[in-house]
Design a protein around this ligand. Structure first.
Ligand code: FPP
Ligand code: MG
Ligand code: MG
Length: 378
């Protein structure tokens, strides 16, 4: 029976690697300036979900069993996780020694098939994600994150923005040290994509109109924005993990497709939870999107059958009573259900992308991540 099946815990499968994640990230963030040090490490104190590094590590382990591309073996051997994490007094150029420790790091995989460069990639994805949260909380005027005051509230906007920039800088150094041009290009593109996604979000629709009409483009625009803001990081880091492992082209594409579909499912669920869960449950304000003037999937689906929502979208729910009215209309519609169904489609596609991978615990872990994405409550 189903009850007898052992439950798969993705975290347990890469527990050994995940154990060092936060410590290593904090090492990458050391600064001689005490307040910068504190602001940069602030979001590493609260327990995040570490979803991106977890996916990268599972993907690294799962693809270690897949066919290799012979021409990629050389690049794999060059990719080193070596990095000088010593804390310079004020990180001035004179203290920067690019070759420090470069030879001392092993490039061989551990018993789980995970390479040091892939572990470093996992840390880099969390750094980029955390940098985007520091900036996002400034843009969104957030007051809380992960159940604690947000960094902008704790340190002010200026320091929060600069701390985010510092994280991107340190992520870039770690990335360059991987000595893998294609992986550097992928992750640098992610940083640009995050900004593009955020810009698309500043406008709810492709055109600026006071009374926009629903069209098929409405959803296309939203999904493109969602790819850039959320799925780009997950998909391109999955691709990078496979590349670092020397996997063949088919495996690299499968890894990318898994990440893309999982990322889209993940954000659709996020946008749904903003309507269905409370602040207490989320650890951050609920119903925040409408307050920010954002029309996400549940509302866009509702808008298709309730044309009057167009005027509210056009003025970004800015008039007295708009937010409550929009919220009520969404809750009466099937917008939440349609959002869940679309998220399920993407999660199914993510799982299907793994069909060519040989059976393994890590593959089961990736499948479980897709299943859990639909079940999550926060
Ligand atoms: C969280 O979304 C934010 C993102 C997924 C990306 C934000 C990107 C930027 C601010 C672009 C610039 C940043 C960098 C580092 C390049 P959300 O506001 O929907 O989620 P939340 O409810 O967790 O705040
Ligand atoms: Mg936000
Ligand atoms: Mg935001």
């Amino acid at each position: 029976t189903k009850g007898d099946l052992p439950t798969i815990d993705p975290l347990r499968i890469v527990a050994k690697e995940m154990k060092f994640l936060t410590g290593n990230i904090r090492k990458l963030l050391g600064s001689g300036h005490p307040s910068l040090d504190r602001a940069a490490k602030y979001y590493t104190q609260s327990e995040g979900k570490h979803i991106r590094p977890l996916i990268v590590l599972l993907m690294s382990r799962a693809t270690s069993l897949c066919p290799k591309a012979p021409h990629r073996q050389q690049a794999t051997l060059q990719a080193s996780a070596a990095i000088d994490t010593s804390i310079s007094p004020l990180s001035i150029l004179a203290d920067y020694n690019p070759s420090a420790g470069a030879e001392s790091e092993p490039v061989l995989a551990d018993a789980d098939g995970i390479l040091p460069s892939q572990r470093r990639l996992a840390e880099i994805t969390e750094l980029i994600h955390t940098a985007s949260l520091l900036h996002d909380d400034v843009i969104d005027h957030s007051v809380s994150r992960r159940g604690a005051p947000s960094a902008n509230l704790e340190f002010g906007n200026k320091m929060a923005v600069l701390a985010g920039d510092f994280l991107l800088g340190r992520a870039s150094v770690a990335l360059a040290r991987l000595r893998h041009a294609e992986v550097i290009e992928l992750l640098a593109t992610v940083i640009a994509n995050l900004v593009e996604g955020e810009f698309m979000q500043l406008k709810n629709t492709a055109r600026d109109e006071t009374n926009p009409q629903w069209s098929e483009d409405t959803l296309t625009y939203y999904l493109q924005k969602t790819y850039l803001k959320t799925a780009s990081l997950i998909s391109k880091s999955c691709r990078a993990a496979a590349l670092l492992g020397g996997a063949d082209a088919q495996t690299v594409d499968a890894a990318y497709n898994y990440g893309k579909n999982l990322g889209l499912a993940f954000q659709l669920v996020d946008d749904m939870l903003d309507y269905t869960r409370s602040e207490k449950e989320l650890g951050k304000p609920a119903g925040a999107d409408l307050e920010l003037g954002l029309a996400t999937a549940p509302l866009l689906f509702a808008w298709k059958t309730i044309p009057e929502l167009g005027a509210l979208v056009g003025r970004k729910f800015s008039q007295e009573g708009d937010v409550e009215r929009a919220r009520n209309l969404v809750m009466q519609s099937d917008g939440i259900e349609q959002t869940r169904a679309l998220a399920q489609d993407y999660a199914d596609k993510a799982i299907a992308s793994l069909s060519l991978f040989p059976e393994s615990e890590a593959k089961d872990g990736l499948v479980e991540m897709a299943v859990k994405t639909l079940q999550r409550k926060k």
